[in-house]
Design a protein around this ligand. Structure first.
Ligand code: ADP
Ligand code: MG
Length: 279
């Protein structure tokens, strides 16, 4: 009898918050009163309510995952594509870069991306923007200065935990190794860098930024054979972009000067780029 008159049924929801917490459904736990109230008011079929709550939880779960991935990625703030001026680097194909930013099959194959260019040409910005876009697609990314990661791996090696440390980095679909050329074989035993490159070869992607061409990479690795082996693995499945432009920082400084918004003086400063930080 009562089943024919739903309004007459009183539902005991006292246990619902606990049950939803136990089931790990925090979004439903937060929003079910609003949803059920609306469903009652608008006369939704029960299936519609259930489907709406399930979709809500899934969407919120995806959003929380992306937030976690953004936090773990250590991307430099403010360096996304919306602030990247492709017109400033005409040799960089915007369509190609945006295809890579959409995933485009390269991360599944563990293919690499190498960005060459002088200081200030936008390598780090472009690498960070790619990382940002890929995280939004659900990939896991780590952005790190190469020297920082090498130090971490050396510490791990001293603790006899290099293999574990490299295996843990396998959770990242892409590691952005920023400024590979600042690693020095005399500063550190960079064979750990080689171990990382070898371990990820054809499995997980690397994005390397470098301000010096391959010919000058002998300063990085302990011996020429290892340099060759590292380059070989990096380039085997790789897209290589060369950002052969003058420093963006220097160019914007010059523009400001010419427009009279920077330093005063009839001539642009000769070398504002000397203040270039090592990025
Ligand atoms: P690199 O890593 O090649 O030394 P960065 O990516 O750090 O250069 O760029 C230097 C500065 O100039 C950063 O503040 C960056 O955001 C900015 N920049 C470089 N290229 C561009 C660009 N094409 N559009 C917008 N900003 C840029
Ligand atoms: Mg940089």
């Amino acid at each position: 009898m009562t089943a024919e008159n739903p309004a007459a049924i009183t539902v005991d929801t006292a246990r619902l918050p606990l049950a939803l917490a136990e089931l790990r459904l925090p979004s439903i736990a937060r929003l079910w009163p609003e949803f059920t109230e609306r469903a009652d008011r608008e006369g939704w079929p029960a299936a519609r309510l259930l489907a709406s709550l399930a979709e809500l939880e899934l969407a919120e779960r995806a959003r929380r995952r992306i937030e976690r991935h953004l936090a773990e990625a250590h991307l430099p703030p403010g360096k996304a594509f919306d602030s990247f001026d492709f017109a400033a680097v005409p040799m960089l194909s915007k369509a190609h870069v945006l295809a890579l930013a959409a995933g485009d099959g390269w991360l599944e194959k563990g293919a690499n991306l190498l960005l060459f260019g002088p200081p200030g040409s936008g390598k780090s910005h472009c690498g960070a923007a790619l990382g940002h876009a890929l995280i939004e697609q659900g990939w896991r990314v780590l952005f790190t200065r190469t020297t920082d990661l090498v130090q971490r791996l050396q510490t791990a090696r001293r603790d006899l935990a290099l293999e574990t440390a490299i295996a843990k980095l396998g959770r990242f679909d892409l590691i952005v190794l920023d400024d590979l050329c600042y690693v020095r074989k005399d500063q550190a035993e960079t064979s750990v860098l080689f171990e990382l490159i070898a371990a990820r070869y054809e499995r997980k992607s690397l994005l390397v930024t470098a301000n010096r061409p391959f010919g000058e990479w002998n300063d990085i690795f302990p011996d020429p054979a290892m340099t060759l082996a590292a380059i070989d693995r990096l380039v085997h499945h790789a897209t290589i972009f060369e950002l052969n432009v003058e420093s963006y920082r220097r160019r914007t400084a010059l523009t400001r000067t010419r427009q009279g918004t920077g330093r005063t003086g009839s001539r642009p400063p000769v070398a504002p780029a000397t203040a270039e930080p090592a990025t």
